[in-house]
Design a protein around this ligand. Structure first.
Ligand SMILES: [Zn+2]
Length: 215
Protein backbone atom coordinates (compact mmCIF):
# COMPACT_ATOMS: atom_id res chain seq x y z
CA UNK A 1 0.00 0.00 0.00
CA UNK A 2 2.75 2.42 0.99
CA UNK A 3 4.64 1.58 -2.18
CA UNK A 4 1.53 2.22 -4.33
CA UNK A 5 1.15 5.61 -2.73
CA UNK A 6 4.77 6.51 -3.42
CA UNK A 7 4.51 5.31 -7.02
CA UNK A 8 1.41 7.47 -7.51
CA UNK A 9 3.11 10.51 -5.99
CA UNK A 10 6.13 10.12 -8.25
CA UNK A 11 3.92 9.53 -11.30
CA UNK A 12 1.87 12.66 -10.57
CA UNK A 13 4.99 14.75 -10.06
CA UNK A 14 6.52 13.56 -13.34
CA UNK A 15 3.27 14.17 -15.23
CA UNK A 16 2.98 17.66 -13.80
CA UNK A 17 6.56 18.40 -14.85
CA UNK A 18 5.93 17.07 -18.37
CA UNK A 19 2.72 19.10 -18.76
CA UNK A 20 4.57 22.21 -17.68
CA UNK A 21 7.27 21.48 -20.29
CA UNK A 22 4.57 21.05 -22.95
CA UNK A 23 2.99 24.36 -21.99
CA UNK A 24 6.36 26.07 -22.13
CA UNK A 25 7.07 24.57 -25.55
CA UNK A 26 3.68 25.76 -26.82
CA UNK A 27 4.66 29.29 -25.90
CA UNK A 28 7.97 29.19 -27.79
CA UNK A 29 8.11 31.28 -30.93
CA UNK A 30 10.52 30.16 -33.65
CA UNK A 31 12.80 32.97 -34.85
CA UNK A 32 13.86 33.50 -38.44
CA UNK A 33 16.43 36.02 -39.61
CA UNK A 34 15.57 37.55 -42.99
CA UNK A 35 18.45 38.67 -45.17
CA UNK A 36 18.14 41.67 -47.46
CA UNK A 37 15.68 41.05 -50.28
CA UNK A 38 13.36 42.67 -52.79
CA UNK A 39 9.67 42.18 -53.61
CA UNK A 40 8.87 43.35 -57.15
CA UNK A 41 5.65 44.64 -58.63
CA UNK A 42 4.74 43.05 -61.93
CA UNK A 43 5.48 46.32 -63.80
CA UNK A 44 8.90 46.75 -62.19
CA UNK A 45 9.73 43.07 -62.82
CA UNK A 46 9.06 43.71 -66.51
CA UNK A 47 11.38 46.72 -66.52
CA UNK A 48 14.19 44.75 -64.85
CA UNK A 49 13.75 41.34 -66.45
CA UNK A 50 11.70 41.84 -69.61
CA UNK A 51 8.13 41.26 -70.63
CA UNK A 52 6.44 38.15 -69.21
CA UNK A 53 9.75 36.96 -67.76
CA UNK A 54 9.31 33.69 -65.85
CA UNK A 55 11.02 33.78 -62.44
CA UNK A 56 12.70 30.62 -61.19
CA UNK A 57 11.61 29.52 -57.74
CA UNK A 58 14.49 27.98 -55.76
CA UNK A 59 13.09 27.77 -52.24
CA UNK A 60 9.77 27.98 -50.43
CA UNK A 61 9.84 30.28 -47.42
CA UNK A 62 8.24 29.55 -44.05
CA UNK A 63 5.19 31.70 -44.85
CA UNK A 64 2.92 29.68 -47.18
CA UNK A 65 2.99 30.88 -50.81
CA UNK A 66 6.16 32.98 -50.40
CA UNK A 67 9.33 31.87 -52.17
CA UNK A 68 12.88 32.88 -53.05
CA UNK A 69 13.84 33.13 -56.72
CA UNK A 70 17.12 32.36 -58.46
CA UNK A 71 17.11 35.92 -59.83
CA UNK A 72 19.19 38.59 -58.13
CA UNK A 73 19.47 42.34 -58.55
CA UNK A 74 22.08 44.99 -57.78
CA UNK A 75 21.32 48.00 -55.57
CA UNK A 76 23.22 51.20 -56.29
CA UNK A 77 23.12 53.93 -53.64
CA UNK A 78 24.91 57.27 -53.35
CA UNK A 79 27.67 55.71 -51.22
CA UNK A 80 27.91 52.10 -52.28
CA UNK A 81 26.66 49.06 -54.15
CA UNK A 82 25.17 45.80 -52.90
CA UNK A 83 25.21 42.89 -55.33
CA UNK A 84 23.14 39.73 -55.41
CA UNK A 85 19.97 40.89 -53.65
CA UNK A 86 17.51 38.02 -53.83
CA UNK A 87 14.12 38.48 -55.47
CA UNK A 88 11.18 37.06 -53.49
CA UNK A 89 7.91 36.00 -55.06
CA UNK A 90 5.07 36.28 -55.79
CA UNK A 91 4.65 39.83 -57.16
CA UNK A 92 3.47 42.56 -54.78
CA UNK A 93 1.32 45.59 -55.48
CA UNK A 94 4.40 47.78 -55.27
CA UNK A 95 8.13 47.15 -55.17
CA UNK A 96 9.71 46.98 -51.72
CA UNK A 97 13.39 46.63 -50.79
CA UNK A 98 14.01 45.31 -47.27
CA UNK A 99 17.43 46.10 -45.81
CA UNK A 100 19.19 46.06 -42.46
CA UNK A 101 20.42 49.36 -41.02
CA UNK A 102 23.97 48.21 -41.86
CA UNK A 103 22.92 47.80 -45.53
CA UNK A 104 21.48 51.33 -45.60
CA UNK A 105 24.81 52.67 -44.28
CA UNK A 106 26.71 50.83 -47.02
CA UNK A 107 24.41 52.23 -49.70
CA UNK A 108 24.13 55.69 -48.20
CA UNK A 109 20.34 55.78 -47.91
CA UNK A 110 18.39 56.90 -44.84
CA UNK A 111 17.20 53.93 -42.75
CA UNK A 112 13.42 54.19 -42.33
CA UNK A 113 11.74 51.67 -40.00
CA UNK A 114 8.42 50.51 -41.41
CA UNK A 115 5.97 47.66 -41.41
CA UNK A 116 5.98 45.70 -44.64
CA UNK A 117 3.70 47.31 -47.25
CA UNK A 118 3.99 50.79 -45.76
CA UNK A 119 6.36 52.43 -48.24
CA UNK A 120 4.91 55.93 -48.64
CA UNK A 121 7.63 58.61 -48.31
CA UNK A 122 10.46 56.11 -47.90
CA UNK A 123 13.78 56.44 -49.78
CA UNK A 124 14.24 55.23 -53.35
CA UNK A 125 17.20 53.47 -54.91
CA UNK A 126 18.66 52.54 -58.28
CA UNK A 127 18.10 48.84 -59.04
CA UNK A 128 19.88 47.11 -61.92
CA UNK A 129 19.94 43.72 -63.62
CA UNK A 130 22.71 43.59 -66.22
CA UNK A 131 22.12 46.67 -68.37
CA UNK A 132 18.47 46.98 -67.37
CA UNK A 133 17.72 49.47 -64.62
CA UNK A 134 14.88 50.86 -62.54
CA UNK A 135 14.94 54.12 -60.62
CA UNK A 136 12.71 53.19 -57.69
CA UNK A 137 11.18 56.41 -56.33
CA UNK A 138 10.28 55.00 -52.90
CA UNK A 139 10.14 51.58 -51.27
CA UNK A 140 13.39 51.07 -49.33
CA UNK A 141 12.58 50.08 -45.75
CA UNK A 142 14.12 48.54 -42.67
CA UNK A 143 11.35 46.12 -41.77
CA UNK A 144 9.89 46.36 -38.27
CA UNK A 145 10.31 43.01 -36.58
CA UNK A 146 7.04 41.11 -36.32
CA UNK A 147 5.45 37.76 -35.50
CA UNK A 148 3.34 35.85 -38.01
CA UNK A 149 0.77 33.56 -36.43
CA UNK A 150 -2.44 31.68 -37.15
CA UNK A 151 -5.78 32.30 -35.40
CA UNK A 152 -5.12 29.22 -33.27
CA UNK A 153 -1.67 30.49 -32.20
CA UNK A 154 -3.19 33.86 -31.32
CA UNK A 155 -5.78 32.22 -29.05
CA UNK A 156 -3.12 30.08 -27.36
CA UNK A 157 -0.82 33.07 -26.84
CA UNK A 158 -3.75 35.33 -25.94
CA UNK A 159 -2.86 37.93 -28.60
CA UNK A 160 -4.66 39.57 -31.48
CA UNK A 161 -3.75 41.09 -34.84
CA UNK A 162 -1.79 44.39 -34.62
CA UNK A 163 -0.94 43.89 -30.92
CA UNK A 164 2.50 45.18 -29.92
CA UNK A 165 4.42 42.86 -27.61
CA UNK A 166 7.82 42.44 -26.03
CA UNK A 167 9.72 39.33 -27.06
CA UNK A 168 12.69 37.91 -25.21
CA UNK A 169 15.12 36.00 -27.38
CA UNK A 170 16.12 32.96 -25.30
CA UNK A 171 18.67 30.24 -25.83
CA UNK A 172 21.23 32.76 -27.08
CA UNK A 173 24.60 33.82 -25.72
CA UNK A 174 23.39 37.42 -25.69
CA UNK A 175 19.67 37.42 -24.82
CA UNK A 176 17.82 40.51 -25.95
CA UNK A 177 14.29 41.77 -25.33
CA UNK A 178 12.73 43.37 -28.40
CA UNK A 179 9.96 45.85 -27.67
CA UNK A 180 7.20 47.03 -29.97
CA UNK A 181 7.05 43.76 -31.92
CA UNK A 182 4.02 43.69 -34.22
CA UNK A 183 1.67 40.69 -34.09
CA UNK A 184 0.19 39.67 -37.44
CA UNK A 185 -2.60 37.10 -37.37
CA UNK A 186 -3.86 35.22 -40.42
CA UNK A 187 -4.57 31.62 -41.25
CA UNK A 188 -2.34 32.16 -44.29
CA UNK A 189 0.63 32.49 -41.89
CA UNK A 190 2.70 30.06 -39.87
CA UNK A 191 4.13 30.86 -36.45
CA UNK A 192 7.46 32.68 -36.82
CA UNK A 193 9.07 35.86 -35.61
CA UNK A 194 10.97 37.72 -38.33
CA UNK A 195 14.01 39.79 -37.48
CA UNK A 196 16.77 41.10 -39.76
CA UNK A 197 20.47 40.20 -39.75
CA UNK A 198 21.48 43.17 -37.60
CA UNK A 199 19.00 42.05 -34.96
CA UNK A 200 19.99 38.37 -35.29
CA UNK A 201 23.66 39.26 -34.88
CA UNK A 202 22.91 41.51 -31.93
CA UNK A 203 21.45 38.56 -30.00
CA UNK A 204 23.90 35.89 -31.25
CA UNK A 205 21.01 34.00 -32.86
CA UNK A 206 21.59 30.26 -33.34
CA UNK A 207 19.33 27.36 -34.26
CA UNK A 208 18.71 26.83 -30.52
CA UNK A 209 17.32 30.36 -30.08
CA UNK A 210 13.62 30.97 -29.65
CA UNK A 211 11.36 33.80 -28.60
CA UNK A 212 9.06 34.15 -25.62
CA UNK A 213 6.41 36.79 -25.05
CA UNK A 214 7.80 38.90 -22.23
CA UNK A 215 5.35 40.49 -19.85
ZN1 LIG B 1 7.57 38.36 -42.04
Amino acid sequence: MEIDKIVKLVKDAVEKELNQKDNENLKRIPIEASGRHIHLSEEDAEILFGERYQFNKVKDLSQPGQYACKERVRLIGPKGIIEGVVVLGPFRGSTQVELSVTDTRILGVTPVLRESGSTKDTPGILITNGDRYLKLKEGVIVAKNHIHMTEEDSRRLNLKDKDKVKVKICGSLRPIIFEDVVVRVSDRFSLNMHIDYDEANACFLTKDSYGEIYE
